[in-house]
Design a protein around this ligand. Structure first.
Ligand code: NAD
Length: 262
């Protein structure tokens, strides 16, 4: 790594970027001149379409199951080899599995917890470690520091997830991890931000919004609608590129005043 890095374009790895919020974040970062690694799990064609849609050149698509530690390590090395430096990690990939407490057997309950924590908490934890160790050794970009990690959490961490307690717990864990990592990494010029969206119009939320609960959910939103992926992406880009270091450790609500925590 040399000081030449200072004049190169910012780079970012966005996980789960073949669709939904991740796609919107990848597109918004690219429109700000960032070179983006579009990570995907299984939707290679969609990821390639997203990569092709990004403004500017030099973007890549890269596959990994983030519940697989070895695959996660290979992903990080692949992105580092392609870009030489990684300035932004956006931990966006995640899953939502319903497992209502009074109608789920113990085996299905345990499996929902295992799978949810693996995807929503352990995957981001592993990538955050790799990012932290890389970024802390990179030259300072500018006053913005050496690198930034942006974690996509959920209002469910605060409001509760009665149909999917593991989801709420995984996001509460992600919040706590973000704050711990912010403390650990700030002395090294690496800053950590966390977003807590409410409902967002994506494939993940579509079944619930289209079901019998849909109108009641929309009624929680004083704007009369849930959020769009682009709105969440605007906040993610702010954290990735513009937010002051003084905001490291912040958990930022993006929920249209549907849930006001104190
Ligand atoms: P989505 O289902 O459209 O996208 C999630 C992405 O994560 C997919 O591309 C999927 O392939 C990827 N992914 C899941 N498991 C993976 C694994 N093991 N390895 C690699 N990739 C994996 O969902 P979305 O709505 O765009 O959600 C993005 C993030 O926003 C998630 O972390 C979600 O929890 C969070 N969020 C979403 C909403 C919402 O209402 N949509 C609300 C709050 C928070």
């Amino acid at each position: 790594m040399t000081q030449a890095h200072l004049v190169l374009r910012r780079t970012a790895l966005v996980t789960g970027a073949s669709r939904g919020i991740g796609r919107a974040i990848a597109q918004a970062l690219a429109s700000r001149g960032v070179r983006v690694a579009v990570h995907f799990h299984s939707q290679a064609q969609s990821a390639e379409t997203v990569r092709g849609s990004l403004a500017g050149e030099g973007h890549i698509a890269c596959q990994a199951d983030l519940t697989d530690r070895a695959a996660t390590g290979r992903l990080w090395q692949q992105v580092l080899a392609a870009f030489e430096h990684v300035d932004v990690l956006v931990n966006n990939a995640g899953i939502f599995l319903g497992h209502p407490p009074l109608s789920t057997g113990l085996d299905a309950w345990a499996e929902a917890w295992r799978a949810t924590l693996a995807a929503n908490l352990l995957g981001p934890a592993n990538l955050s470690l790799l990012a932290a160790q890389t970024m802390a050794e990179q030259p300072e970009l500018d006053a913005a520091g050496r690198g930034r990690i942006v974690n996509v959490s959920s209002r469910g961490a605060f409001r509760g997830e009665p149909e999917a307690p593991a989801y709420g717990a995984s996001k509460a864990g992600l919040n706590a991890m973000s704050q711990s990592m912010a403390k650990a990494l700030a002395p090294h010029g690496v800053f950590v931000y966390c977003l807590a969206p409410g409902f967002v119009e994506t494939d993940m939320a579509a079944p619930v919004l289209a079901g019998p609960e849909g109108p009641g959910i929309v009624a929680q939103y004083p704007m009369g609608r849930v959020s769009t992926p682009d709105e969440v992406a605007q906040v993610a880009v702010f954290c990735a590129l513009d937010a002051p270091p003084a905001m490291t450790g912040s958990i930022i609500d993006v929920n249209g005043a549907s849930y006001l925590r104190t």
